[in-house]
Design a binder for this molecule. Structure first.
Ligand code: SF4
Ligand code: SF4
Length: 228
């Protein structure tokens, strides 16, 4: 189960700016239950994004689809057979969902539409891997769908640390170096120049480092309803 909140439309508009054919991907399980990224939210986001981008004079084709679960390969494979021909997919699942899609369909680009707050996905019966620490400010768009915060032992925003050997982390030789994975992913996607960008220090106040968290959705409280 995950809890998250959809990113502000302006941020989503910035992420999808280079693309024309966009698919908003809802997730029919956790994200639907927490009213952040289910079928209804995918349709609403597609509509709102379409209006916003048209106002900016951008010609786009935006569709909305929903998978029952974006965090399990079984459902991703089902989707892969019928997926629309789009330049980019904006996932309304948690960071785990974005990364599962990226791992299973590496030729496609998946952007994070939610700021995930907290969650792993099962690799096989009884084995889960932690891919998202619910930092509250998702940057998977910068790392092409591989999280350096959860998957790098030092949570480095600017990696690698220099200690990895043969693609494995210096902290645990059984663990892939997240930054090695990010480097390979960027190289495969022709986006290696992103490795040169220096990421500024992160504001951790939205993560668990800021203390115990409560998520308040003002738009769901009685008497409100405005979305950012
Ligand atoms: S950057 Fe990583 S830890 Fe933060 S929300 Fe995205 S996947 Fe989760
Ligand atoms: S070896 Fe890779 S995963 Fe391990 S701490 Fe260094 S950069 Fe992070």
């Amino acid at each position: 189960m995950i809890i998250g909140k959809r990113k502000p439309l302006a941020e989503i508009a910035r992420m999808v700016e280079p693309f024309r054919k966009i698919c908003i991907l809802g997730c029919g399980t956790c994200a639907a239950v927490c009213l952040s990224g289910g079928e209804r939210e995918a349709v609403e986001t597609a509509s709102a994004l379409s209006i916003l981008l048209q106002k900016k004079g951008k010609e786009v084709e935006i569709t909305a689809r929903t998978l029952l679960r974006q965090c399990e390969y079984e459902f991703i494979d089902e989707f892969a057979g019928t997926m629309p021909d789009c330049d980019v997919f904006l996932s309304l699942a948690c960071g785990v969902g974005v990364q599962a899609l990226t791992a299973r369909l590496p030729q496609k680009i998946f952007l994070p539409g939610l700021n995930t707050t907290f969650m792993g996905y099962p690799l096989e019966q009884g084995v889960w891997t932690e891919n998202c620490l619910g930092c509250g400010n998702c940057i998977l768009d910068l790392t092409m769908g591989i999280c350096p915060i959860a998957r790098c032992a030092k949570s480095m925003l600017n990696g690698p640390c220099g200690g990895s050997q043969n693609g494995k982390c210096e902290i645990n030789k059984d663990m892939d170096c997240a930054w090695h994975l990010i480097y390979e992913r960027l190289a495969n996607m022709g986006a290696l120049d992103r490795m040169k960008a220096i990421q500024p220090p992160m504001d951790w106040s939205a993560s668990h480092h800021g203390g115990p968290r409560t998520m308040i959705r003002e738009d769901m409280r009685i008497g409100t309803g405005e979305q950012a």
